[in-house]
Design a protein around this ligand. Structure first.
Ligand code: PLP
Length: 395
């Protein structure tokens, strides 16, 4: 075999997604396609984003485009923002700038886990945790969310923990379910992690994957586990709130509540590890743009209108959908129970949604609300008709 074993495992874990991605390339090029698949932009970029980047494009010094680690102005802006948002005392040195949440997760894995360590991940959850963990030579262990509500199932996490567990990954607002978890959930999880760390004589770290943190509906508050479990790192991406995942910008934030000795050790490792994972720092222009980008966001009022319209239409069509509290995804149970068949039937009528099989959930489907309102309006009659067809044949 040519490839490394970890490459083989990583590829196998994401083959279903890359195959779907490949199939959907034809859709991207078809102006008539009603595309609800990936969380990509369907309109031109936000003016605030392009203005911010343009303002930083012209070099002001000879080192404008020199090698960049974490730029101080970005770290300071982010630490101040986190202090306000999460009411926890972050400092600039707790922040490592990364290529989006992808980069921040890679950094967290390199910083905290050793080859063969187990990492508990939520299912259904983002389909890149598993391949990333395999590529890092770590072992993903799945913990199912609560059926129907998709709440975090603390008992399932407790059962998934073994003496080899090093990390637990949580994600709120959650992809694909749109659920936002409460402080009570984090308190219960913190108790379990503290207890398990003691039992096994080994600290279990929490990775809070928060790229959708600012994308929430109905004024619902945000609680981060960082306030409840000191051994927490947060990964964030600007790609979601700016609807520009091709402009890589994010960070890893160490909890200021980590005990001082460990916090100092990790702080000192952020830059060397950023280098060691392959110069994982964002490009210069993106880092300089952070102060201006802090206040730029996709149109949340419009996103809420799209959620309400599509959610309402699917409920009217008799589809069992989870009302999104955050993210720009809508998660539903496929009428008839066979997501692949339901999605194929929609595909044939030009409506493209993501089958739950990509999330290991063969009865569900996900739709991205980044589609335009016009696309949503055109798709609703087709969704309604096909849902009616499939509802009559529960499989
Ligand atoms: N985490 C979750 C839950 C995601 O859904 C995504 C992207 O889809 C990421 C992390 C990675 O975000 P980015 O591509 O902005 O780095």
């Amino acid at each position: 075999m040519t490839m490394s074993e970890r490459a083989t495992r990583a590829k196998a874990a994401v083959d279903i997604v890359t195959a779907f991605f490949g199939r959907m390339q034809a859709v991207v090029d078809d102006p008539d396609a009603l595309d609800f698949t990936f969380g990509n932009p369907h309109e031109l970029a936000l003016r605030g984003l392009t203005d911010a980047m343009r303002a930083q494009l012209e070099p002001r010094s000879v080192d404008w485009f020199a090698y960049k680690t974490s730029e101080r102005v970005a770290q300071e802006t982010i630490a101040a923002g986190l202090r306000t948002e999460l009411a926890v005392d972050f400092e600039p040195d707790d922040i490592a700038m990364t290529q989006g949440a992808f980069g921040a997760l890679s950094l967290a894995f390199a910083l905290l886990a050793d080859a063969g360590d187990e990492v508990v991940i939520p299912v259904p959850g983002w389909f890149c945790y598993e391949p990333m963990l395999h590529a890092a030579n770590l072992a993903p262990v799945r913990a199912l969310l609560a059926p129907d509500t998709f709440d975090l199932d603390i008992d399932a996490i407790a059962q998934a923990i073994t003496p080899r567990t090093r990390l637990v990954v949580v994600n709120s607002p959650a992809n694909p379910t749109g659920r936002v978890y409460s402080a009570d959930t984090w308190r219960a999880l913190a108790d379990v992690l503290e207890q398990a760390s003691r039992t096994h004589g080994r600290r279990i770290w929490l990775v809070s994957d928060e790229p959708y943190r600012r994308i929430r509906f109905d004024g619902i508050g945000f609680a981060s586990p960082v306030a409840h479990y000191p051994w927490t790192v947060i990964d964030y991406s600007y790609g979601k709130v700016l609807l520009a995942p091709g402009q890589r910008l994010g960070y890893l934030a160490l909890s200021p509540l980590i005990p001082a000795a460990e916090r100092d050790e990790l702080r000192a490792a952020l830059m060397p590890l950023g280098l060691a994972i392959g110069w994982g720092f964002p490009d210069a222009v993106m880092q300089y743009s952070v102060p201006a980008l802090e206040s730029v966001t996709l149109d949340m009022a419009e996103l809420a209108r799209k959620r309400d319209r599509l959610f309402g239409a699917l409920v009217d069509a008799g589809v069992d959908v989870t009302r999104p509290e955050g993210t720009f995804y809508l998660w539903g149970r496929a009428p008839g129970g066979d997501a692949a068949a339901f999605c194929d039937a929609l595909d044939a009528r030009g409506v493209h949604v993501m089958p739950g099989t990509l999330f290991d959930q063969p009865h569900h489907f996900r739709m991205s609300l980044t589609a335009t309102m016009e696309t949503i309006e055109r798709a609703i009659p087709l969704l309604t008709a096909i849902a009616a067809e499939f509802s009559s044949t529960e499989r």
